[in-house]
Design a protein around this ligand. Structure first.
Ligand code: NA7
Length: 550
């Protein structure tokens, strides 16, 4: 009997839950799938519970027109198996949602993951059960919607950072007679906007991708904008076969290089200061970046995200572009942001600004007077009713904590996670929470997560968790839990580095400002990917320093 069999058999003998595994993984996105692959490699039994009827996580749900990754496909992909990255062919520089979803499905098949993934299986509660006399250490019991429980010694939350749509608190939403769609929960079948009057609420990344596509199809599109946003053209293109071949020849080298970068991405990162560069040269550099496209724009100078004056220079360049592209000066003025560029996540678009030159597109500024309510015919704002056949809510997500807090997670002594996180998320290394033994969060708050390249960030977390599980198994340790002191020190460090960045100083989903009543805390860790990895590795090397092992 191997270690896996012995653990599971022992657990079954204790009669805990309907089914028992070494590891329960919640979510079959890129985190959950890789976690399953790794648990198999270390010889542990595992099951993935997924509420959707397919794999892919965020790329399963976000099927709105124009949905596309804003990180280039070469980098936004798994790196753990060179054969996989050599055989897979991305067709464009920035991959579309359907292509990324095909990739996720390819991974599920290639590593034979499906047999251990349970689809249509929504976790509605998770509780830590203290160890009884027979077992000694505790375990997790997860309750499934529709009945049944699944138990596991360890529980890994691969539930994603942007997985719970933010339904806007606008009165009367249920009264609307027409179709209502949320970008984060889009139907599987094609939505037909042809000949329809469409209203769109929101101008974040999702809206900025969807608006140009909807505008070309709908009879008329009205966009309700609360806060104008900065977006840089993607300048997307098919991948040149020769260029792709060269990348594949040195893929390993590129991945290693990416790990050394502050955000885990190979960027064209300038070492020059905007403040110390002449106006002419500065403009030339901004133009060059604009022509290349993408979020790389923010790396035009090394002080754009650190110094308000340098930031203003980059922001003013983009404002100038808006005034140049958008023909109606009044519309251009409404579209022009005046806050810090890159404070909210910088958007990447295709034909966003030019869309406002179309005759069938209108913009309504709801910054000073919010949408009053939704009525059966459409949207009431500025004292009048805008009539629509369909409404698109591009209102984002209850990011980073929303999904975990809705799962009714209870730790030691029945402590609800929502009580523990009442003042904002608290954890150690973004990986584990004191009072919630044997539970790990992949790309949780307090880790680089959304500020890094997500798939490699997931790999770093999963590798760390898998190594940890292998270590615990080898040492016969049944429980691991951060100590409060380590957690407090980590949270303080996350706060201090967050404060130093301009990014924590505006209203965005990074600080929970988009969800009324959410505690304001800069959730991701901005202290750089290599520094973060160093700290994680150091804790592991020192026998999981900062954790209590039992
Ligand atoms: P975002 O970036 O959170 O954008 C949501 C948008 O919806 C944003 O413009 C909000 O305005 C707007 N919003 C939200 N509630 C309302 C109400 N009640 N009235 C009017 N407007 C509202 O979400 P996305 O889905 O676009 O992007 C999320 C991430 O996914 C993105 O950063 C990428 O990482 C991928 P606000 O700015 O709050 O005033």
């Amino acid at each position: 009997m191997n270690q896996t069999e012995s653990r599971s058999a022992k657990a079954r003998a204790n009669g805990a839950g309907d089914e028992r595994f070494d590891v329960i993984i919640v979510g079959a996105g890129f985190a959950g799938m890789y976690m399953l692959h790794k648990t198999r490699q270390i010889g542990l039994s595992a099951i993935v519970l997924e509420k959707a009827d397919g794999v892919g996580g965020t790329w399963y749900w976000n099927r709105y027109p124009g949905a596309r990754c804003d990180v280039d496909s070469i980098q936004y992909s798994y790196s753990f198996d060179d054969d996989l990255q050599q055989e897979w062919e991305w067709s464009e520089f920035y991959a579309t949602q359907p292509e990324i979803l095909r990739y996720a499905n390819h991974v599920a098949d290639r590593y034979d993951l499906r047999k251990d993934i349970r689809l249509n299986c929504k976790v509605i509660a998770a509780r830590f059960v203290e160890g009884g006399a027979g077992e000694g250490t505790g375990h997790w019991e997860l309750e499934i919607e529709g009945g049944g429980t699944v138990s596991g010694t360890f529980c890994v939350m691969g539930t994603g950072c942007l997985s719970t749509p933010n339904e806007p608190k606008i009165e009367g939403l249920g009264d609307f007679k027409g179709e209502v769609y949320h970008t984060g929960h889009w139907p599987h079948e094609k939505v037909n906007f042809a000949g329809k009057r469409v209203g769109a609420i929101g101008t974040g990344s999702s809206a900025i991708q969807a608006i140009p596509e909807i505008a070309t199809e709908a009879a008329h599109l009205t966009v309700f904008q609360r806060t104008p946003n900065y977006t840089i053209p993607a300048q997307n293109r098919p991948l040149d076969p020769k260029e792709y071949e060269e990348i594949k020849a040195r893929y390993g080298e590129l991945r290693a290089e990416a790990k050394k970068q502050p955000n885990g991405l190979i960027y064209d990162r300038s070492s020059r200061s905007a403040l110390e560069t002449s106006e002419e040269e500065r403009r030339a550099e901004f133009e060059r970046r604009w022509a290349i496209g993408g979020t790389n724009f923010i790396a035009s100078f090394n002080d754009v995200m650190m110094n308000t004056e340098a930031n203003e220079m980059a922001a003013e360049f983009v404002r100038g572009k808006i005034r140049e592209i958008v023909k109606d000066p009044k519309t251009a003025e409404i579209l022009t942001p005046h806050n810090i560029i890159g404070c909210k996540r910088l958007c990447v678009d295709t034909d966003y600004w030019t869309t406002y030159n179309r005759d069938n597109v209108d913009l309504v500024d709801v910054s000073k007077e919010p949408v009053e309510r939704i009525v059966p015919e459409g949207v009431k704002a500025h004292g009048k009713v805008f009539e629509f056949d369909a409404l698109v809510l591009a209102t984002g997500f209850d990011a980073m904590t929303g999904t975990l807090l809705r799962m009714n997670i209870r730790g030691r002594d029945g402590l609800p996670l929502k009580d523990k996180w009442a003042e904002g998320p608290r954890n150690y290394l973004g990986l584990a929470v004191a009072g919630f033994p044997n539970m790990f969060t992949v790309t949780g708050p307090g880790s680089p997560s959304v500020l890094a390249n997500m798939i490699p960030a997931i790999e770093q977390h999963v590798d760390w968790i898998a190594d940890c599980l292998a270590y615990l198994t080898e040492k016969g340790v049944g429980e691991i839990e951060p100590v409060e002191e380590a957690e407090s020190e980590w949270m303080e460090h996350v706060r201090v580095v967050g404060e130093a960045s301009l990014r924590s100083h505006c209203d965005s989903w990074y600080v929970g400002a988009n969800v009324p009543g959410k505690p304001r805390i800069f959730m991701p860790y901005i202290g750089s990917v290599p520094e973060y990895a160093r700290r994680c590795n150091e804790a592991a090397r020192k026998g999981y320093e900062g954790f209590r092992l039992a």
